[in-house]
Design a protein around this ligand. Structure first.
Ligand SMILES: [Ca+2]
Ligand SMILES: [Ca+2]
Length: 425
């Protein structure tokens, strides 16, 4: 990997007994004006993985980003990390923090200036035979899933995913989505594949993933936790991080999005290109609470008047076949929204034809898991709300957790809501 332009700005760490959060103080780095770090934040470069940059749908705001921490691990690690082990990649080009196996590695950032958003950038190096979503090896041994997580202590889990690098088992990975979730081909979204010089058996086996995530944040101290969960021994599956960079921002780097931009983001959330969807998720998170009313307008079940559903149910017994058929289709389209009315009608022992039509509609609703991409869109939107974790975001999660939707969506929303409630206590 090429040396990053800001690599010279390694964080200056001082110990201070008067630090507001006790222990270490990370001294604010004012980036030199000649360095690209001083440029206005531009999500076109940072929020979107370089290899799959989707067309941006916003204008980046003029920036107020302040670099508060940077380390490329070429010179030192520093006491802000609980783990200090460094390794040079076999290709000799990079020194990084690692290698690690199944463990958590924490960065303590303290004495942050007043801010409303935090941008967290780093490179994740993955080495050797990560098994992605795979659970069981031939013979019954447990292979995975091999989970990697990024979590803000006392805050949200930003990434909880799996990676696959092993080329022979066909194992697929959750990244760029969260796990459990969909499965994508190995190396999806990787900025580099097999460049670091690691191997498993006779095969080159490593990958580099760029992360650049903006989250609403105001705390003066933050512990950023990087973890691998369920991986095998470090000689078989390992990871490390490099080029860590933290910025404090006073305003969202995403300029206020208009209705068209939100519509495109909504479409992208259900894109069959997972990196496009990933970019939409992190754009909505970086947009902060501007995103919530928009998501609310899309996620709240449409109000259905009881009377109109009752009329459609009555039409199932209409003398004209075309009207009966039309009502059947309309009720199927209403799906879960019509379900309670249909069940109520069944209890009244309707005549044979409407009864068989109602049974058919209910069967379709029960079997009708959401189309795959629609289900993914909802899971991604729920992740946005979980990371935003504001009061309106929590209220919308509450609506979804109890709303007229599939049991899977209700469960995902409930889990997200529980995490948000813990954070908001
Ligand atoms: Ca490095
Ligand atoms: Ca494994």
């Amino acid at each position: 990997m090429s040396k990053t332009p800001w690599a010279a700005s390694v964080a200056m760490i001082v110990t201070s007994s008067s630090a507001p959060c006790s222990g270490l103080t990370i001294r604010l780095i004012e980036p030199p004006t000649s360095q690209p770090a001083a440029s206005p934040p531009d999500l076109r470069d940072s929020a979107m993985p370089a290899t799959h940059a989707a067309q941006p749908v916003w204008e980046a705001r003029s920036g107020d980003a302040r670099l508060v921490y940077a380390n490329d691990f070429e010179e030192s690690v520093g006491q802000e990390w609980l783990h200090v082990q460094r390794t040079r990649t076999p290709n000799g080009k990079q020194q990084f923090l690692g290698e690690f196996g199944e463990t958590s590695v924490c960065l303590h950032v303290e004495d942050l200036p007043p801010h409303k958003y935090l941008r967290i950038c780093f490179d994740l190096y993955l080495m050797r035979s990560w098994d992605g979503n795979d659970k069981v090896a031939p013979g019954g041994a447990r292979n995975g899933p091999d989970v990697w997580e990024l979590h803000l202590q006392n805050g949200p889990t930003l990434v909880h995913t799996t990676f696959s690098l092993y080329p022979h088992g066909g194992a697929r990975q959750a990244y760029p989505d969260n796990h459990p979730g969909p499965s994508h081909p190995m190396h999806t979204g990787a900025a580099e594949s097999n460049t670091l010089g690691y191997s498993g058996g006779n095969d080159p086996m490593d990958a580099v993933y760029h992360f650049s995530l903006v989250v609403p944040h105001t705390a003066r101290c933050q512990i950023v936790r990087f973890s691998a969960i369920g991986v095998q021994v470090v000689t078989d599956e390992s990871w490390g991080i490099d080029n860590v960079r933290i910025e404090a921002l006073n305003e969202s780097p995403v300029a206020k999005l208009d209705a068209d931009a939100f519509r495109r983001l909504w479409d992208d959330l259900a894109s069959d290109d997972p990196m496009k969807a990933h970019a939409a998720v992190w754009t909505l998170i970086a947009a902060g609470d501007w995103a919530v009313p928009f998501l609310q307008s899309r996620l709240k079940p449409p109000a259905v008047e009881d009377e109109s559903v009752r009329r459609l149910i009555a039409d199932l017994n209409h003398p004209q076949w075309a009207t009966r058929e039309e009502a059947t289709q309309a009720l199927m389209k209403l799906g879960l929204l019509a379900e309670p009315h249909l069940r109520q009608e069944l209890k009244r022992s309707p005549p044979l034809e409407p009864r068989s039509r109602i049974e058919e509609i209910l069967k379709t609703i029960e079997q009708g898991a959401l189309p795959e991409l629609e289900g993914l869109r909802l899971a991604r939107a729920i992740h946005v709300l979980q990371v935003l974790r504001s009061k309106p975001a929590a209220e919308l999660l509450e609506t979804l957790a109890s709303g007229a939707t599939t049991s899977q969506v209700r469960k995902q929303a409930q889990q997200a809501l529980e995490q948000v409630r813990r954070m908001r206590k």
